[in-house]
Design a protein around this ligand. Structure first.
Ligand code: UDP
Ligand code: MG
Length: 320
């Protein structure tokens, strides 16, 4: 397949929410990197303003007035980082696309290595964090646990400790864009799409400006999205568990009947009854809750609402 030519070789997508302090700093660091990639590919940076309320957009536009390769998409409200990334992918014109956070936790210098591997024929080049020391103990261990559970449950393994910082070939971008689902857990979409993946390793740094926009509850929601978007194992285990419990219950019932016949009804303890009620009640609520997580997501998918809404865009025409 001969690939069509693109006006831009490399698109950098930067989702931003209330990052006014970080924009200029970010550009000062990334632009020299982009300018010095071997063979000087034409590039563009697309900021996706995800409902900022602090003058982030003004900051971006002031940079744009100095360099027209800096573009912006303004969303009508905060849709969340994953939706902002989708908006970026829909507007990107590059033959390769790299999402990156504005806080410089992922060093832009890595982009050079990514482009090199892309030119060598890889379609997805994942940035993999070799240390997560900057993340704190709790975040690190919960992340580890999450990757463990995700990869145990689902058929399409995600690469551990790879964030959204990765290069995608246009072919991959088109596949991801065409996926109809609203729940866009990007990491899993990539592995599902089955393209040739490779990795580059890097050290993750401290945030350079501002504060993290993710609290543990948001991360928990993200984790749930990830699991429910990729596997139905949590839905299906209940029938097995139910089967095992029913079998055990049956044996126990048989024993009770025998016991009553042979030794007379001695009205056995309150505690065993209570334990059974609580355990079964708990299991039922848990399984109902999991059912609810999936049903709620089905509702969202069925409504077919757009993933994001654009208020305005700067330097980008709408693309099909
Ligand atoms: N972000 C966004 N929308 C949101 C939350 C975050 O566009 O609702 C952006 C944020 O501005 C930053 C990137 O996503 O550029 C990563 O956010 P953050 O650094 O807070 O996440 P962390 O590194 O702590 O996981
Ligand atoms: Mg960050």
């Amino acid at each position: 397949m001969k690939s069509p030519t693109y006006p831009v070789v490399l698109t950098i997508i930067v989702p931003v929410k209330n990052e006014a302090d970080g924009i200029e700093h970010f550009l000062n660091r990334i632009v020299p990197v982009l300018e010095n990639i071997p063979k000087k590919p034409a590039w563009e940076i697309i900021f996706v303003d995800d409902g900022s309320t602090d003058g982030t957009l003004a900051e971006i536009l002031s940079s744009r007035s100095k360099d027209s390769r800096i573009c912006a998409v303004e969303l009508s409200r905060n849709f969340g980082k994953e939706a902002a990334l989708s908006a970026g992918l829909d507007h990107a014109r590059g033959a390769a696309v790299i999402p990156i956070d504005v806080d410089l936790q992922d060093p832009p210098e890595v982009i050079v290595a990514m482009v090199e591997k892309w030119r060598a024929g890889f379609e997805v080049v994942c940035g993999v964090r070799t240390n997560r020391q900057t993340d704190g103990f709790v975040k690190r261990s919960t992340a580890n646990l999450y990757y463990r559970i995700h990869n145990w449950l689902s058929d399409h393994k995600i690469i551990e400790h790879a964030g959204d910082f990765r290069l995608m070939d246009r072919r991959v971008v088109e596949v991801v864009r065409r996926l109809p689902e609203r729940n866009r857990f990007m990491k899993a979409l990539f592995s599902w799409s089955g393209f040739r993946e490779t990795t580059v390793e890097y050290q993750r740094n401290e945030r350079e400006a501002g504060t993290t926009k993710f609290n543990y509850f948001k991360l928990w929601r993200l984790a749930l999205d990830g699991i429910t978007a990729t596997t139905t194992v949590p839905l299906r285990i209940w029938s097995y568990l139910g089967f095992v419990l029913a079998a055990v219950g049956l044996v126990f019932a048989g024993w009770l009947v025998l016991d009553t016949i042979l030794r007379g009804n001695s009205v056995p303890g309150y505690s065993s009854l209570m334990v059974a009620v609580l355990v079964f009640g708990g299991i039922q609520l848990l399984s109902l809750g999991i059912l609810g997580e999936y049903v709620g997501r089905i509702l969202i998918e069925v409504k077919q609402r757009p993933v994001y809404i654009v208020r305005d865009s700067f330097g980008l025409e709408e693309r099909e």
